[in-house]
Design a protein around this ligand. Structure first.
Ligand code: GLV
Ligand code: MG
Length: 341
């Protein structure tokens, strides 16, 4: 894997005035990225209330926004930035723009950065296929930030939703210091891979493993497996290597709260920081799932206390603890502290 160098423009912005200081690596708690269709005034008007519950609120300009509403959605995103002080509730404000080769991308980014650049934390880029997409967006944003004298760099978040993107995920993660994280986009990815499903994330009743035949001929059990395991694992490894965050994306069956919860739990356990929420009910699920359970935190604290310098071997409740479990415990305790802060 070639370690792509961050584009020069990031370090030497052609800024009018002083160059913006590089933003710290993301440490915000971002358990859910809540999607809002900004062209629907009634939904947009609730953004202030939603922001009190959600860690991140995102104005969606891409898929699910009809072609004839693209400009209204862009205008709605700008209105959200103007009407709501998301920073006051510690809520991140993001926008998902249209993909790079669409007729809307350039205007989406230009308007968002120049008119709402000081409110916007992250631009989510769909259908990213390789580091070249990130380099292009990075340079464009650098120009616009310099022109509009934006106070801090806007971060980039890529959606992993094409077979080629999955192939290049390590290089995408390392393509720019602007990279905030990656989300799995299971709907587009399924199409790109010719998977035979019409679902947005989650499992499928055909994807299961059946038990071996029983000697007594009794019925064999079969259990559904996680269709997304490979991609989530690959994404998490790539993100951790680059020091950025991994997210499970959307779970489209809004009514199936149990299945949504289970998919999010798998993602949390495998290293994801959060998931998308498409409905307020999913905000609550994500908030619970992506916060470590109290029992886990208490046990992890025991490990840290038993091994103050993080070395040696200890038995706690019959379980062996060593330097590696100390590190696992630190991940859990650090996250609990971040959430409590
Ligand atoms: C999200 O954009 C997806 O395609 O799943
Ligand atoms: Mg998609």
């Amino acid at each position: 894997m070639s370690k792509a160098k961050p584009p020069r423009s990031f370090f030497k912005p052609l800024a009018i005035g002083a160059p913006a200081p590089f933003r710290e690596l993301p440490v915000n708690v971002e358990r859910m990225i809540h999607f809002v269709p900004p062209h629907i005034e009634k939904v947009r008007a609730k953004s202030g209330d939603i922001a009190k519950k959600a860690d991140v609120i995102l104005a969606n300009l891409e898929d699910a926004i009809p072609t004839d509403a693209k400009e209204a959605a862009r205008a709605g995103a700008l209105a959200m930035a103007k009407e709501f002080d998301f920073a006051a509730t510690g809520t991140g404000f993001w926008a998902r723009v249209n993909c790079l080769n669409s007729p809307w991308f350039l205007d989406d980014v230009t308007e968002l950065v120049t008119k709402a650049g000081n409110q916007l934390d992250v631009i989510m880029l769909p259908k990213v296929e390789g580091p070249w997409d990130i380099h292009y967006a990075d340079q464009l944003i650098a120009q616009l930030e310099a022109k509009a004298n934006i106070k801090r760099p806007i971060m980039l978040h890529a959606i992993l939703e094409t077979a080629e993107g999955v192939q290049n995920v390590e290089e995408i993660c390392l393509a720019s210091p602007r990279m905030h994280g990656i989300s799995l986009g299971p709907a587009d990815l399924a199409a790109s891979r010719a998977m035979k499903t019409t679902r947005v994330g989650g499992g499928h009743p055909f994807y299961k493993v059946i038990e071996d035949p029983h000697a007594d001929g009794s019925a064999r059990a079969a259990a559904q497996q996680d269709l997304w395991h490979y991609t989530v694992a690959k994404m998490v490894d790539a993100c951790c290597t680059a020091g950025i965050k991994a997210f499970y994306g959307p779970f489209g069956d809004i009514a199936d709260l149990d299945a949504c919860e289970q998919q999010f739990k798998n993602a949390f356990l495998m290293g994801c920081a959060g998931a998308w929420s498409l409905h307020p009910n999913q905000i609550k699920i994500a908030k619970d799932v992506f916060s470590p359970a109290i029992d886990e935190v208490l046990f992890a604290k025991k490990i840290l206390e038993a091994m103050p310098d993080g070395s040696g071997v200890h038995m706690i409740d019959g379980k062996m603890q060593d330097d590696a479990t100390w590190k696992q415990a630190k991940v859990i305790v650090d996250l609990a502290k971040q959430i409590a802060a």
